[in-house]
Design a protein around this ligand. Structure first.
Ligand SMILES: *[C@@H]1O[C@H](CO)[C@@H](O)[C@H](O)[C@H]1NC(C)=O
Ligand SMILES: *[C@@H]1O[C@H](CO)[C@@H](O)[C@H](O)[C@H]1NC(C)=O
Ligand SMILES: *[C@@H]1O[C@H](CO)[C@@H](O)[C@H](O)[C@H]1NC(C)=O
Ligand SMILES: *[C@@H]1O[C@H](CO)[C@@H](O)[C@H](O)[C@H]1NC(C)=O
Length: 278
């Protein structure tokens, strides 16, 4: 009798373990991985398939960077010339300080720098109509949280994660079309027109349009957030899970089921242990 109860609790424990392991490893979690994959950071080859953007950065990386602290993005852009509006925005939104902090802690970044011409092509008053928060998001939308070389843009998956709050309100698609690295926000299409600066930690590319994000300029309705399904821990639900392949379950219901199954398993183990000890 005792032996039997111990085996039952062992089996239940195994079942609990398997369901939680499945929950952790099952491909049903894939939809949450919308983030851009960080590109492999190999040595930058001087040969590049993308021709229109200049191969040689407009501004060379300083030779003794290690001694000099983080790269000063504003200085780089000033030196390149034609980016004064973007520099002003970086400073007035304090995103320049965030950038400095991130470079200080060895994060890598990619910055799409719109030219002065890009800003003057906007409808008059576009920037002035934005709140401070929107200006911050607009600037952060021009920054990717990893350094992407021209050759590596094709390894990103769309929508690419930017430093703006999320990819639903701030989707950014980057596609490599032959020699072009094309960028689409859902409102504007543009292409990288030159490399302004590149080192191991930072890439700055010139774009001839301001990247206008949907979230600010054409907000979409919020997606319905699925309410957590009330799943009763019952024998039926656990048996049906055991008999059917996990893959056949719809992703959200499988994920919602897991905590219930897990607590059910724990409960059964606890009950069996209690019965054994008494
Ligand atoms: C970054 O580090 C430098 C020294 O390397 C320091 O002077 C500067 O204040 C730091 N910047 C920020 C924003 O932490
Ligand atoms: C990519 O950009 C190039 C250059 O602007 C353009 O000719 C081409 O049509 C673009 N492709 C797409 C799919 O937008
Ligand atoms: C961006 O790419 C995603 C995924 O491929 C696609 O669903 C979406 O329609 C694209 N958006 C734009 C503006 O191209
Ligand atoms: C951007 O490009 C896509 C696909 O090439 C096209 O469907 C869309 O109309 C373009 N949008 C603008 C604003 O040019």
């Amino acid at each position: 009798m005792k032996q039997g109860l111990i085996s039952v609790s062992f089996l239940l424990f195994l079942f609990y373990h398997c369901t939680t392991t499945l929950a952790a490893e099952s491909p049903v979690q894939a939809p949450s991985q919308s983030q851009a994959k960080a590109p492999a950071k190999g040595p930058t080859s001087t040969h590049t398939a993308v021709e229109p953007p200049s191969e040689v950065p407009l501004v060379q990386a300083p030779p003794h960077k290690a001694l000099a602290g983080p790269t000063d993005v504003s200085k780089v852009l000033e030196k390149a010339g034609g980016f004064s509006v973007f520099i002003r925005l970086l400073k007035s939104t304090s995103v320049s300080i965030q950038i400095e902090n991130q470079l200080n802690v060895s994060n890598t970044l990619t910055i799409f720098a719109p030219t002065n011409g890009a800003f003057s092509a906007l409808k008059p008053g576009t920037l002035n109509s934005l709140s401070t928060e929107q200006k911050v998001q607009l600037v952060q939308y021009h920054i990717l949280p990893s350094s992407v070389s021209l050759q590596n843009f094709q390894t990103l998956s769309n929508p690419v994660r930017t430093q703006a709050s999320n990819t639903y309100d701030f989707p950014l698609n980057i596609t490599v079309e032959g020699n072009w690295v094309n960028i689409s926000t859902g409102i504007v299409n543009t292409t990288i027109s030159a490399t302004v600066y590149e080192d191991n930690q930072l890439a700055i590319y010139k774009v001839d349009k301001v990247l206008l994000p949907l979230g600010i300029f054409a907000p979409r309705p919020k997606p319905l957030v699925p309410a957590p399904a009330p799943v009763k821990p019952s024998k039926e639900s656990s048996y049906s899970t055991l008999n059917s392949p996990v893959a056949a379950l719809d992703a959200s219901s499988a994920l919602n089921l897991m905590p219930a199954l897990a607590s059910f398993g724990v409960l059964m183990v606890a009950t069996s242990l209690y019965l054994v000890s008494s």
